[in-house]
Every structure is written in C-alpha cells, then in structure tokens.
Design a protein around this ligand. Sequence first.
Ligand code: CTP
Ligand code: MN
Ligand code: MN
Ligand code: MN
Length: 328
Amino acid sequence: RAGEPEVEVFSVPSYACQRRTSLENHNAPLTDALSLLAENAELNDEEGRGVAFRRAAALLKTLPSAVMSASQLRGLPCLGEHSLRVRPLTSSRSQLVLTGIFGVGAKTADRWIREGIHDLHQLRASGQVLNRAQRAGLQHYADINQPVTRAEADAIEAIVEKAVSSVLRGAQIVLTGGFRRGKPSGHDVDFLITHPEEGREEGLMPKVKTTRNSYLESKDGPGRPPSNMDRFERCLSIFKLPGAAETPQRAWRAVRVDLVVSPISQFAFALLGWTGSKVSFRPDLRCYRSSDGSPVRQSLMFDFCAASEEEIFAHLGLEFVPPSERNA
Ligand code: CTP
Ligand code: MN
Ligand code: MN
Ligand code: MN
C-alpha cells in the first residue's frame, strides 16, 4: 500500500546447520527474551517448549537485519507455533541460583527447593550432603559464574598444553566451544585433545588429571566407548587459574574447564561436536540428517569416516559452515 515502507520478507532454510549465524545479532532483544523463556521451560522440565523457544531464537539470530514487523516472518520455520504461546514464567530465582552451582542439575535444585532451600546461604546451613563436585561448586560459586575472557582461555590453554605434552609427547590440543566460534567470552573453556597416532591417546585423561597441579575438582562424564560425537572420554572440571584474581589478595580464580579426549580417527567428529553451538547448530545437524527432520539415533549419526570437518559437511550434503558462523 502507498505510504507504507517496504519491508524485507525473510527467507531462511529450516536447519541451523544450513545457515550461517555469526556473532552479529540484529535481534538481540527478541532472542534474549526467547532464551530466558527457554531456560525457564527447561528448568520446569518442559523440554518441548524449551526446544521450541531455542529454535525460534536461533532462527532470529541468523536474520540479516532487525525484525520491524511480523509480516517479515511469514512462512518461516519454528516461529508462530502454538508452542510459542507465552505462559507466565514459573521457574523461580531459586532454581536459577541453585542450578548455577557446578554439579547441581534441575532435579537436585527442585528437591532442595521442596525441602525449603532457596539460596546458597540456606544450602550451606542445611547440612545437605553434597558430593565433591558440588562442594567445590558451592565454594567457588562466584568465580564460576563470572564470565571467562579470551585472555583467560589462552592462559589456561598454555597450562593445559604443557600438562598434556608432559604426559604424552606429540599430543595435540585444540580450543573448542564458544571460543572457537569467535566468542569474546564464555561460561567455561573447552578443549579437545588427541594424538596423531591412533590409540596413543588411550588412558591420557587420568594422567592429565593427576599431573595438573592447577586442577581442583571434576565431574566425569560416563565412561562409554568412544564411538561417536557424544561418547568421548571427558572431564568437566574446575580449574585453578593463577594470577587472574580480581582482588589482589587472591592469587588465583576458579574457572570451569571441559576436557575431551578423542582418537585421531574420530577427531573431526569430536571437533564438530564440541564446537557447537550446543543449543541449535549441533541438534539441527542430527535433524537434518534424517529425511523427515526428526533427530537420528546417535549411533547412526556418523556411520562414516571423515578426516576433517569439511569432509563431514560434504558427506552430509551441506555447504561448509566455518566455526564463526555456527553461533546459532
Ligand atoms: N558438550 C557436550 N556435552 C556436555 C557439555 C558440552 O557434548 N555435557 C558440547 C556441546 O555439544 C557444545 C560444546 O560441548 O557444542 C560446548 O558446550 P558449552 O561449553 O556448554 O557451550 P559453549 O558454546 O562453549 O558456550 P560458553 O561460551 O557459554 O561455554
Ligand atoms: Mn549483518
Ligand atoms: Mn564452552
Ligand atoms: Mn563446556
């Protein structure tokens, strides 16, 4: 109609792995709101709604400009589904605080809330039996909930690299996760470790853990055989980073560090998996893999060999998306 400004109607492929999503987000107010809704839904065990909100946020992040009117979104996947109808937020501040403790998931937080524990103070006073990881998580709560900078990640990389090569010469270590996607900060630092000779990486993790003097506490992943993207030996830990404390009287700060070890034959899959993004890019790879858009079984996900991320994308019939464009 005359007088109305022309608006671009966006057109976007269905799956995040078919899209390029850089860190430049033109719709941050909308995606922030959707992420909060997703977090709340997940804390309330409403997985389906959580996924729907995350998919909607991922889609808005990929748009080339800010949304000015709903008509621009007509026909886009993931938006306007009934599942997106906004219900009142029911998750509490207590859930967010308690699940912010390393080693505490939604179930534990809910149980504590039912027992009248709503904050760290009450938890400390309650006499609840905590496991080692949770004790460390509680002790270093403030440090761990403070974002990690790229400079801190680089400092930790140097320390971990030294520890790893001291127990296994020739071992290689790569920074993965959000930092590999170019994020300037993160909630943790993720590393993938391998060795160019197949099998030499076996038994590396326990050795690294005992060698590393800056290691504090860990919550180990399940010791399943390394057969696909999710099943690598891993160690989710708290790391003591020297000389990085805000306050001068402290000589170190605690930082969450995730270590994953993969054999060289699986390295490309491990790299792709641990680069993420976890919320959208990676799950969408699985959905894209099946013809009907439902997630495929992990065991069927990567039933082929690949020496590089490029080869994986090519095998799946996808255009290569560099890490910096996987920020969905
Ligand atoms: N990951 C995983 N299993 C876990 C935790 C993480 O496979 N239990 C993988 C995810 O697939 C993700 C990658 O590790 O792709 C990084 O996850 P995470 O550190 O949680 O997120 P980042 O993208 O690195 O974001 P942040 O900067 O906040 O850490
Ligand atoms: Mn742009
Ligand atoms: Mn991370
Ligand atoms: Mn991580």
